[in-house]
Design a protein around this ligand. Structure first.
Ligand code: ADP
Ligand code: MG
Length: 380
């Protein structure tokens, strides 16, 4: 978490420094004593929140807010104004109208300051998640539309080329070319199918399943994908989850999901490592459900963790975008995680990811739990 404090008073900056060091251990603080320097730093350093003084020589706080909120690169950074006790009501209104997100008047305790910073971080995170899911929705709509029409065209190409191939004598020189067309169309159809999964246009046949058993059933298949130098540990069917993990799922989609996540984990661990897949029941309260865009309730929690290369912070927001890949040409299509995302959305669930470069990555998936044990189809 990164915090930028802009204040011409050295004493104030020291106070903020002390409060943050004491209460927000993992926060990084940068300070500047002028609005212009603060804006420059905000543009390059991308802080998560800004503490801003109003009365400053040269560029005052009002002008600083105005410039920060006008620039796309800094517009979404929450600003907390901290000002002297005698600030007039019209100044508070002006600062808030200009785009400040909170207004604190001294004296304030360090606990109060920290509480406000935490609120700002919560709001920023929720806004980022909303923007991200809106972006994925829009791409999904576009990609789905194109993929659908494209698929129809491919069906025609496939039909005619297969027909021509059947009419061509085996020793004809045209046979080989036609076979290449048929093969290429098959690959193209696979690609459009992936896009349709991302945009949730793929038809699904959900059945009631016990997720722990379902995942265990894929163990052999996952082992084949990851190879011998990666250890697989399935922390499902564990003593800690005596209750069945019932959910409505499309079996082949869950298989597709596990396959994509396992391939990514394998690619992130070229020198071997550990892949852990765990399932558990989870109850999400309002506070934990909201950031995931889910209603509170009972869920099945599926986690897939690897001890691989991890994902750099600047890459993390892009990984679910279709065609985003960091792999070399021919190795990655950039559609794996978009499909995973589409599948989870189609199931009414959510996915989040935590990653530390050099240590590993954990994908955390929530699928709505179903509470009718009589209809168990799959079990441990
Ligand atoms: N387990 C992981 N560890 C490290 N990076 C990952 C992991 N999973 C996904 N990524 C990153 O996300 C990108 C997108 O993944 P994906 O959509 O599956 O496409 P692809 O695997 O074809 O590149 C990958 O190129 C990689 O940079
Ligand atoms: Mg992949």
């Amino acid at each position: 978490m990164k915090i930028l404090a802009i204040d011409d008073s050295k004493v104030n900056l020291l106070l903020y420094k002390g409060a943050i060091a004491q209460h927000l251990k993992d926060a990084e603080l940068q300070t500047t004593r002028s609005g212009a320097e603060g804006i420059e730093l905000a543009r390059n350093w991308h802080p998560d929140t800004i503490l801003l003084d109003l009365q400053m020589p040269e560029m005052d706080g009002f002008e600083t807010i105005h410039r920060l909120k006008r620039t796309p690169a800094t517009a979404f950074i929450p600003i907390i104004i901290i000002t002297a006790s005698d600030a007039a009501s019209k100044d508070r209104i002006r600062a808030l109208d200009l785009g400040a997100d909170a207004f604190l008047q001294k004296p304030i305790t360090s606990e109060e300051l920290i509480a406000h910073i935490k609120v700002m971080l919560r709001i920023k995170k929720a806004e980022e998640q909303l923007r991200h899911s809106q972006k994925l929705e829009a791409i999904g709509l576009l990609a789905g539309g194109i993929a659908h029409d494209f698929n129809n065209i491919l069906t025609v190409i496939r039909g005619y080329s297969t027909m021509l191939l059947m009419q061509t004598p085996p020793d004809s020189p045209q046979g080989e070319s036609l076979q290449m067309i048929v093969d290429a169309v098959k690959r193209a159809a696979g690609l459009t199918q992936n896009l349709l999964t991302f945009s949730r246009k793929q038809e699904s046949t959900p059945v009631m399943a016990e997720l722990c058993g379902l995942v265990s059933g894929f163990e052999k298949f996952i082992k084949r994908i990851i190879g011998d130098n990666i250890r697989l540990s399935l922390a499902c069917c564990a003593q800690s989850t005596p209750e069945p993990l019932l959910t409505m799922v499309d079996r082949s989609m869950i298989e597709q999901l596990l396959m994509n996540l396992a391939i990514n984990a394998r690619d992130a661990m070229p020198d071997g490592g550990q892949l852990t897949i765990a399932t558990a029941n989870a109850v999400l309260e309002n506070k934990t459900a909201e950031p995931l865009g889910l209603p509170p309730g009972r869920y099945i929690h599926l986690t897939i963790s690897d001890t691989g290369s991890g994902i750099p912070k600047d890459v993390l927001p892009k990984i679910f975008d279709p065609f985003f890949t960091t792999k070399e040409i021919g190795k990655g299509s950039g559609l794996g995680l978009s499909m995973v995302y589409g599948i989870i959305k189609q199931h009414g669930g959510a996915i989040s990811v935590e990653s530390t470069p050099g240590t590993g990555t954990t994908f955390s998936i929530y699928l709505p739990a179903n509470d009718t044990p009589e209809t168990v189809l799959e079990s441990c």
